[in-house]
Design a protein around this ligand. Sequence first.
Ligand SMILES: Cc1cc2nc3c(=O)[nH]c(=O)nc-3n(C[C@H](O)[C@H](O)[C@H](O)COP(=O)(O)OP(=O)(O)OC[C@H]3O[C@@H](n4cnc5c(N)ncnc54)[C@H](O)[C@@H]3O)c2cc1C
Length: 324
Amino acid sequence: MSLSKIWVLAESQDGKPTSTTLELLTFAKSLGGTLEAVAWGEDVASIAGEIGNYGATTLYNVGDLGDSLPGAPVASAIAKAVSEGSGPDVLLIGTTYEGRDVAGRLSVKIDAPIITNVTGLEVSGDSLVASHSIFGGTQIAKSRFTSDKSPAIFVVRSKTFAPEASGGSPANVASLPLGDIGATGAAKVVAKHVEELTGPKLDEADIVVSGGRGLGEKDNYSLVEELAKLLHGAPGASRAIVDAGWVPYSYQVGQTGKTVKPTVYLACGISGATQHLVGMKNAKNIIAINKDAEAPIFSVADLGIVGDVHKVLPKLIEALKARS
Ligand SMILES: Cc1cc2nc3c(=O)[nH]c(=O)nc-3n(C[C@H](O)[C@H](O)[C@H](O)COP(=O)(O)OP(=O)(O)OC[C@H]3O[C@@H](n4cnc5c(N)ncnc54)[C@H](O)[C@@H]3O)c2cc1C
């Protein structure tokens, strides 16, 4: 595998590259080859500065896709470049809805294998070895491509790398023409629902306060929300209370939810099942409140409070309010 030309699928939101995009650019920059990115949308040029700041020299623009889902057109544009010999050696894509759509379609279009669910990447000789967290995060499996087919496509989970700007000048914007998309472009987005957020996003927040079944009932989740708000953090949840319908799926932390890496993670009434731990155990400081001193969450906690959330949380909220 050559590592001389790396492309990153650059997703953006509200006119800014997503944090996962910046993570992928940071890692790709460390490989030392030519780093370029692929984006789409109404105003791709507006992210060229930030993309360049993270090391990419060229930003390929697939164009404004209007109401189309990006999967088919973006995959076709990359496939066209690959078939014309101007594609990358390695393509890094984030584990997002759109990233996975592009990756799957591209893999089929160019008949290339794909490595997904990547939680780590390292250089070994002239190739990349991917890590995968398996069995609920208790084991790490390693994988690599055994063929030289380009591009080597890796679909990487967020929070795998720490984003760090390298200070480059704005990337040059160049057009990446669409390939044949056949009938696949027929699906149109007819409505978008944007979930209201009053604080930071769960997977970007510096402080996360999560609640679990130990809260007892849905109404008690308001304690978690109130504490998160006082700490300027984001509220999160275990799957148990998402499945119970107390909070939406977008709040879920863990193997089948979001991966978070905040400075402080506060787990309230959460047992610490491996599927939950895999999504938060890399937080810098973990505080757990659980009435069971034997709860597995304490095995990863830096500060453990053995107590009843119904008593500890109101006291904590009261103390914070008194301070402010
Ligand atoms: C394939 C698969 C994927 C999964 N993915 C995820 C995932 O992404 N995220 C996730 O979270 N889970 C996931 N799970 C589910 C996971 O295995 C656990 O069932 C879930 O995390 C448990 O949630 P919980 O800790 O809130 O509930 P419980 O395990 O029921 O724990 C509740 C805890 O609250 C404590 N408690 C009770 N009352 C109080 C009180 N008054 N004060 C303080 N503490 C109290 C109890 O001691 C207990 O430790 C997955 C499972 C599978 C099989």
